[in-house]
Design a protein around this ligand. Structure first.
Ligand code: NAD
Ligand code: IPM
Ligand code: MN
Length: 358
């Protein structure tokens, strides 16, 4: 019998609420597939600042490194917003991504048919959307040198956007591989009309493309991409892009599905994969049982696909989520006028009941 060691990092705000849903789903899948799971729960973000005085305690990182996979909720909140950059909850998240070397963040965006009415965009625009944002996650603007220095009675502030050829090449290759596998086109998104880093990114894409003659690809400037994503999202298959561009475009793309609460992600490198919903700690609804757990549950699906070699579980989870939505279950973020609203636990339960795994 297989035994998996999974590390749960609930974090802050709605993080613990959605990770609890993820845990229950893993228990259900494990029961159905007949494997054992050893859970270890650790502190990260604001919760870790409170308990250990730092956002990424050594014990958390050690456990994550030794795990088969890591499931994270969200970090951050108003309580810690005045801390310095390297002491904030978000530093814990950036730190664990960097330490695990998970340079490839996959953010699939799918328009669920029952939710077509939940998007503010017209249904015929979003119908059929099934795209993948491949976000570079351990470099770029997030990880370049940062500093503040006094100048003329004010402050000079610097955030550098740094990449090496090798860092660009590995994420671009992953983007091409994903596009090939999906039988879709690749769009490389950059700001090559302004940024030197983007001009090199383009050169790398052009060179790597010669290894993928079967994959259609193009370049798009990020401002245009932001516009095209809501104007005609069906033109996109796989998008590959720099860290911060991918961050912003994925929240924008979430609107195609009806809610940021629907989006899962997988962060992959050479070690254990890190799985998290795309949304944050949602302080405005935390602790009330209102959080949409589906992005986290779909992230569990990605965990089974990419880290535990059980794509069947991913398929079953996606099917169960589809059915729950078809039957009209809606958390508040998805509800329209007249819809009955489900709490986090109720919709979680509904997914578990509809999970079909032999
Ligand atoms: P957010 O994603 O937390 O919330 C944005 C809006 O979406 C809010 O109205 C929120 O209620 C709603 N929302 C988000 N997730 C939801 C869900 N699962 N169900 C229902 N509604 C949901 O973004 P924000 O408000 O800009 O950030 C809040 C905090 O979260 C900040 O401290 C930020 O740094 C942090 N954050 C963390 C992560 C992460 O840990 N991966 C990601 C994004 C933001
Ligand atoms: C995300 C979040 C994080 C990011 C923050 C909380 C550091 O917005 O996972 O999308 O910007 O990567
Ligand atoms: Mn984000």
């Amino acid at each position: 019998e297989k035994v998996y060691r999974l590390v749960l990092l609930p974090g802050d705000g709605i993080g613990p609420e959605v990770v609890q849903a993820g845990r229950r789903l893993i228990e259900a899948v494990a029961g159905a597939l007949g494997h054992e799971v050893i859970f270890e729960e650790h502190a990260i973000g604001g919760a870790a600042i409170e308990a250990f005085g730092e956002p990424l305690p050594e014990g958390t990182l050690k456990a994550a490194r030794e795990a088969d996979a890591v499931l994270l909720g969200a970090v951050g909140g108003p309580k810690w917003d005045r801390l310095g950059g390297d002491r904030r909850p978000e530093a814990g998240l950036l730190g664990i991504r960097k330490a695990l070397g998970v340079y490839a963040n996959l953010r699939p965006v799918r328009a669920y048919t029952p939710l077509l009415g939940a998007s503010p965009l017209r249904r015929e625009k979003v119908e059929g959307v099934d795209l993948l944002i491949v976000r570079e996650l351990t470099g770029g603007l997030y990880f370049g040198p940062k500093r503040r220095e006094p100048i003329d009675g004010g402050t000079r502030v610097v955030d550098e956007l740094v990449y090496t050829t090798a860092e660009i090449e590995r994420i671009v290759r992953l983007g091409f591989d994903a596009a090939r596998k999906a039988g879709k086109a690749l769009t490389s998104v950059d700001k090559a009309n302004v940024l030197e880093s983007s001009r090199h990114w383009r050169e790398v894409v052009e060179r790597v493309a010669t290894d993928y003659p079967d994959v259609a690809f193009g370049h798009m400037l990020v401002d245009n991409c932001a516009m095209q994503l809501v104007r005609s999202p069906n033109q996109f298959g796989v998008i590959v892009t720099e860290n911060m561009f991918g961050d912003i475009l994925s929240d924008e793309a979430a609107v195609l599905t009806g809610s940021i609460g629907m989006l899962p992600s997988a962060s992959l490198g050479d070690g254990p994969g890190l799985y998290e919903p795309v949304h944050g700690s949602a302080p405005d609804i935390a602790g009330q049982g209102l959080a949409n757990p589906l992005g986290t549950m779909l992230s569990v699906g990605l965990m089974y696909r990419f880290s535990l070699n059980e794509p069947r579980a991913d398929q079953a989870i996606v099917r169960a989520v589809d059915r729950v939505l078809e039957e009209g279950y809606r958390t508040a973020d998805l509800a329209g006028p007249g819809d009955r609203i489900s709490r986090t636990e109720e919709i979680t339960e509904a997914v578990l009941e509809r999970l079909e795994l032999e």
